[in-house]
Design a protein around this ligand. Structure first.
Ligand code: GLN
Length: 483
């Protein structure tokens, strides 16, 4: 049961082979057994979860046929969820119980999904390794010495360790795709604006986007059907007709044009990751795809552009943590200014402080034009690169990260090394495009490697089709760590 996909669990519930309460209890037992080692969850509340599960069983008993009623889910601790601690991985919000739920949580609740708990993450989603969490690092279930990736590392580790069939994450510069890749699971970041950011703690608002992490592309499609949708409370939410993201899963891939960006296979890509990606491309060729070379010439500039824009937005977004409205407040202070200073000095971790300083600097008078405005211009060029590339192909394929998961502690002392590992994911967010990670093999050290599929705007169904067909032909996504 614990190895089942979302799709299979939905069938078992419909066939009354299992109840929502039995399912929830089984996953809670698994979390209880594994979490002390993996640290994938920040908050688990057995009674609360079982109460939700009982309500799900009651809904089914009353004749409600919703496919996902009673299916367990884990939520990244960045989504406000009424009555649950929503810490965002920070001491600043360690005492914060959300008074309302994010739009995506409302949608999950309405669909009847049962919350198992709240997953660990880098503080305020800033990081690529989950080592920046106030609650400690998360371990990769495939290799306890390895990072699970970040910032949605708790969500990815939880799915990989089968502590939940599915989890929600967010992706500002790779935080769904990169942990999915490092943990050997499937994750999708939708087109910017497809999933509402209402109630999702803001990091960099023009880049943040929520999405699911699961075992398979099919499960991701089912979850995206729940998560996506217009929401007037997010001014960047797109008013589009509801889509069924499963609609193209079964389409054959004959005639598919796959673009391989020259810049993604150049210097810096580890040989064993390149081997895995080559193998995946060969598999897709067998399924009928043709390969064309494309160019994304400004790829290298995505790192400096992103690490100006994201901190700039973060510095503004995080100004709300002032010790007055909610969250941590210093115990002792002489006056208002000292209260602010002490509160923020105590409440934020060092990476968050670093970003607030960088962001404030690049937005300040005299530097705005040289850094922030310049970065915005580069952002446009990066988006234009993709528009040109998509003139000649349907999807773009490449690695998610230059190497498989590195060791815990390996890069934590060197923020620039950490930033460089985001090279293949950042430009997608700068352009607002959808992209996903699909398990495609293993590195020489046995750690999982994901294939990145980048789609054109609103091409989620096409990407999921490619991923699903790949998963029908391969079994990488069915491999699970021995735990
Ligand atoms: N690693 C990137 C950062 O630290 C991306 C994080 C994310 O997508 N939330 O900003």
């Amino acid at each position: 049961m614990i190895q089942a996909t979302l799709k299979q669990l939905s069938q078992q519930l419909a066939d009354k082979k299992v109840s929502a309460v039995e399912l929830a209890a089984a996953y809670l037992d698994r979390i209880e057994a594994l979490n002390p080692e993996l640290n994938a969850f920040i908050t688990v509340d057995r009674e609360k979860t079982l109460t939700i599960a009982r309500a799900a069983d009651a809904r089914r008993a009353a004749g409600d046929r919703g496919a996902l009623i009673g299916v367990p889910v884990a939520h990244k601790d960045i989504f406000c969820q009424q009555g649950w601690k929503t810490s965002c991985g920070s001491k600043m919000l360690d005492n914060f119980i959300a008074p309302y739920s994010a739009h995506v949580i409302e949608q999950c609740d309405a669909a009847g999904l049962v919350t198992l708990g709240r997953t660990n993450m880098d503080e305020f989603a800033m990081g690529s390794s989950n080592e920046n969490s106030y609650y400690g690092a998360v371990k990769n279930p495939w290799d306890l010495a390895a990072i699970p990736g970040g910032s949605s590392g708790g969500s990815a580790a939880a799915v990989a360790a089968r502590m939940t069939p599915v989890a929600l994450g967010t992706d500002t510069g790779g935080s769904i795709r990169q942990p999915a890749s490092h943990c050997g699971i499937t994750g999708i970041k939708p087109t910017y604006g497809v999933v509402s950011r209402f109630g999702m703690v803001a990091y960099a608002s023009s880049l943040d986007q929520g999405g699911p992490l699961a075992q398979s592309a099919e499960d991701c499609a089912l979850m995206l059907n729940v998560m996506a949708g217009f929401d007037a409370r997010d001014s960047t939410s797109l008013e589009r007709a509801k889509e069924d993201y499963t609609r193209d899963l079964a389409q054959p891939l004959s005639g598919l044009r796959v673009g391989l960006p020259r810049e993604y296979f150049a210097e810096g890509l580890a040989a064993d990751v390149a081997r895995v990606i080559d193998g995946a491309v060969a598999e897709l060729k067998k399924l009928g795809a043709t390969v064309v070379e494309v160019s994304l010439p400004n790829t290298e500039l995505s790192i400096p552009a992103y690490y100006v824009i994201a901190p700039a937005e973060a510095s503004a977004n995080l100004s709300r943590y002032d010790g007055v409205r909610y969250g941590h407040r210093a115990a002792e202070y002489q006056d208002l200014v000292e209260m602010y200073e002490k509160t923020r000095a105590e409440g934020f971790g060092s990476e968050v402080k670093r970003r607030i300083m960088v962001g404030s600097y690049v937005l300040s008078h005299g530097y705005y034009d040289a850094y922030y405005l310049k970065a915005q211009k580069i952002r446009r060029l990066i988006a234009n690169d993709f528009i040109s590339a998509f003139a000649g192909c349907d999807v773009i394929l490449g690695p998610v990260a230059p190497t498989a998961a590195f060791n815990i502690g390996e890069k934590s002392g060197d923020p620039v090394q950490m930033y460089l590992s985001d090279i293949y994911t950042l430009s997608v967010n700068l352009a607002g495009l959808p992209a996903m990670s699909v398990p495609a093999g293993f590195a020489d050290n046995g750690r999982p490697v994901g294939l990145q599929i980048i789609g054109n705007y609103f091409a989620e169904a096409k990407m999921l089709n490619v991923a699903h067909q790949f998963q029908q032909a391969t079994d990488w996504h069915r491999r699970a760590p021995a735990l």
